[in-house]
Design a protein around this ligand. Structure first.
Ligand code: SF4
Ligand code: SF4
Length: 109
């Protein structure tokens, strides 16, 4: 949750506390929320094929590709929308899209 702005009770705000249009109190606030909840497909990485070129990283519109020490580590599924851009731009076919429902069922087993 944002440190500068206390909007923890935003559900109770009436019209008087909302600006016209969107209020974005500071950058990075989307990180506080799960925005990938309506994804129908999720990316799955084949680490054997990946050469860490980072083309998918730059192509992802949601900054949902995770990197550590200059190496691709996976996907932030809390924010990934399942758009498939990462799969489309990968030159090594290292990413496949998997049905979200089936992937969740497999995770629960
Ligand atoms: S574009 Fe493909 S090969 Fe390059 S980092 Fe992403 S998954 Fe790996
Ligand atoms: S599917 Fe879309 S949102 Fe998810 S990691 Fe790939 S490019 Fe990003």
């Amino acid at each position: 949750m944002s440190k500068k702005w206390d909007y923890s009770d935003i559900q109770n705000w009436g019209p008087g506390r909302h600006e016209v249009g969107a209020t974005i109190p500071e950058s990075g606030t989307a990180d506080d929320y799960e925005t990938g909840g309506w994804r129908t497909d999720r990316p799955v990485l084949d680490m054997e094929k990946c050469n860490h070129c980072m083309i998918c990283f730059w192509g992802c519109p949601d900054s949902a590709i995770t990197v550590k020490d200059s190496k691709l580590t996976g996907f932030a599924l809390k924010h990934c929308k399942g758009c498939g851009i990462c799969k489309a731009v990968c030159p090594r076919s290292a990413i496949e899209m998997s049905n979200e429902k089936i992937a969740c069922e497999l995770e629960e087993k």
